[in-house]
Design a protein around this ligand. Structure first.
Ligand code: URA
Length: 187
């Protein structure tokens, strides 16, 4: 069993915050354990809670389309996880204290995967991982270096399903990601 598989086993038993009681299961993460690019969302929705994998509902299907357009895939060269591993009821935003309890799992995932780039999907992930005052509308697509990792924030796919006008901006963020990945010899 790999270290990441061991971590997953441990995480699936976590009851450290009240979210676990309202969720069907813990949604740990999916993808290539050696991925050089990691994507982080905010937390599982209903479909993710049912299927046990991040981004498998409607927003996940949109994410997969953008990934495919730039030569990325959860089956091959990326890893996807969330800030919180258990579904907040009714798809509400995870509370600050829930994020703080859960983020240790993400840190340990990132320590094992050692990505060069972390893409934050939406405000919650970007504010937690890049900066508390991160604004997706004005800072999406920009790269920020922190502790030897490049972070980029972009629109959450669910937000794109609601406000389709931002889709071209999201696409340009994914194209910028591809260029960065090429420059780093990842693609
Ligand atoms: N939204 C998220 O932020 N994460 C998921 O896994 C699904 C929807």
């Amino acid at each position: 069993m790999s270290v990441l598989e061991e971590l997953k086993k441990e995480c699936l038993d976590c009851t450290a915050c009240p979210l676990r009681k309202g969720a069907r299961q813990v949604v740990f993460g999916v993808g290539n354990e050696n991925a050089r690019i990691m994507f982080v969302g905010e937390g599982p929705g209903e479909q993710e809670d049912i299927q046990g994998e991040p981004f498998v509902g409607k927003s996940g299907q949109l994410l997969d389309k953008y990934l495919e357009l730039v030569g990325l895939s959860r089956k091959e060269n990326i890893y996807i996880a969330n800030i919180v591993k258990c579904r907040p009821e009714g798809n509400r935003d995870p509370k600050e204290e829930e994020q703080d309890v859960c983020i240790g799992w993400l840190r340990r995932q990132a320590r094992e995967i050692k990505p060069d780039i972390i893409v934050c999907l939406g405000r919650i992930a970007a504010q937690k991982l890049i900066s508390p005052d991160f604004r997706v509308t004005s800072q999406h697509g920009k790269f920020f270096e922190k502790g030897g990792i490049l972070f980029m924030g972009t629109f959450h796919p669910s937000a794109l399903l609601r406000y389709e006008t931002n889709k071209p901006l999201a696409l340009s963020d994914f194209q910028a990601l591809r260029e960065k990945a090429k420059a780093l010899g990842i693609l």
